[in-house]
Design a protein around this ligand. Sequence first.
Ligand code: FAD
Ligand code: NAD
Length: 483
Amino acid sequence: TRLPESERKKRPKVVILGTGWGSLCFLRKLHTDLFDVTIISPRNYFLFTPLLVGGTTGTVEVRSIMEPIRKYCKRADAEDATFYEAECLSVDPVSKKVKCYDNSAVKGEVSEFELEYDHLIVGVGADNQTFGIPGVKENACFLKEINDTRNIRDKIIDCLETASYPGQPEKEIDRLLNFVVVGGGPSGVEFTAELNDFLQSDLLKTYPLAKRINVTLVEALPHILTIFDKKIIDHVEKRLQSSNNTKIWTKTAVVGVREKEITVKNTTTKEESIHPYGLLVWATGNTPRKITTQIMQSIGPNIQNNRRGLVVDDYFRVAGTDGIWSIGDASINPSKPLAQTAQVASQQGRYLGRLFNQLAEEMNNDLIKKRENPDAHKEEKEKQQEKLNLFNSITGSNKSFEEAVKEKPLFKYKHMGTLAYVGDHQAVAEFKGDHSTTVSEGYITYYLWRSVYFTKLLSVRNRALVSFDWLKSSVFGRDISRG
Ligand code: FAD
Ligand code: NAD
């Protein structure tokens, strides 16, 4: 359904950075006939993050929660979008250009390119927060990308195999089987729960040494899962600690990491101690990505000075720029801050896609109505030309954007509740109404958790694969082979 290149070039150029929740939801809503759309991301797939933790133990296989982005670039009824697998290195908000680089293993003669945009959608998500603690990046595993899950799965088994060597000293066995999870937010808690399931259902059956595995969840605050209601926090803390192999250390911050040991500090007594580990999983939240910081710096610290990311207005326009928009974990509207979740990013992406379509279509209709020239052929040409320019004109620097969006509904976030898996076929859920909060926990909530995420999976293919993985791991157990 491609227009000739010459026609394509005339339409407003929309460049989307990222293939995550925000960007994909924006792309799926966008009428690609109205724009010349290009997506740039180092990942040529969308990743369904809510089930990512299951990939660390093999409850689900990671390919089951990935979706090729090119599938969404192809449109049966409209113009296709273009995809380039590359990392955006820098954005020049003045010349309106992005510079990109091929960071994959296979490189051709061309491995860098520049692209012009009229509108840039920054949906690059966030990076792992390490607070600059030395040794974290070099020694810890993270919980963000597909490779992280492969890495963790591999390391769990490697620790057990190495601990089983003949003549391995007792002290070294204890170290290898000491698994530390840093950060008691939802990522750290869900991982601890998955790890415990893996241990109880699979590892204990096959590895004689598995009973010596110790899992420690380390949290700097007095409690884990602080985004949840107190009742849920109590329930989860009790649940996790009811397993003989799992401990929670609250009011304890990890302050140093070396290859085989961590230093922790009690936040009350300020006492420090050293603990050996075999596996270290780091889940202490988000920080802006390098590209986000570069964009912020190019705008200047007077305008872009929020530690969470790009400051945007009610329409997700990046403050201090013309034609840059940002959604999801990469941005924040300081007057209405929201959590960094898939729920938020996807709703923002859908809203912005709709806004782009509405503005472009409405302005186009107005122009057609206003046209007086009876010459049909000439009119057709003009119409085309005006259509091509209209979106830029309303969102450009001529200030008519405010007028154009005056009657448009503002983005309204609809919170559908927060769910988290806490192990052994149990989950917790919190639904906040205007006047009350409903909390629920246990087996029924677990089925709710599964059904919600199952229905949110993007494609029938994903759903079929995930159902099969769940069935496979519950009937045959999780695969314990390495590699
Ligand atoms: P992302 O989905 O992270 O996508 C960012 C995209 O940008 C990626 O495609 C990335 O490759 C790309 N990118 C990065 N750098 C560049 C660059 N330089 N140039 C171009 N592209 C780039 N939220 C929930 O609501 N419910 C949950 O149950 C839940 N579970 C989670 C579990 C885990 C383990 C994690 C890590 C997160 C979870 N979240 C959950 C949070 C949710 O995943 C994020 O809030 C969401 O992914 C943010 O969407 P995004 O579009 O902003 O970024
Ligand atoms: P988080 O920011 O929610 O939690 C990180 C935790 O690490 C905090 O409690 C913090 O006190 C602790 N911490 C920080 N530094 C520490 C240190 N040095 N030592 C010990 N503890 C330390 O991060 P997350 O769990 O990675 O989640 C990131 C985002 O993804 C959040 O917005 C979260 O809501 C979202 N998410 C949601 C779900 C879900 O809805 N089920 C699941 C995973 C992630």
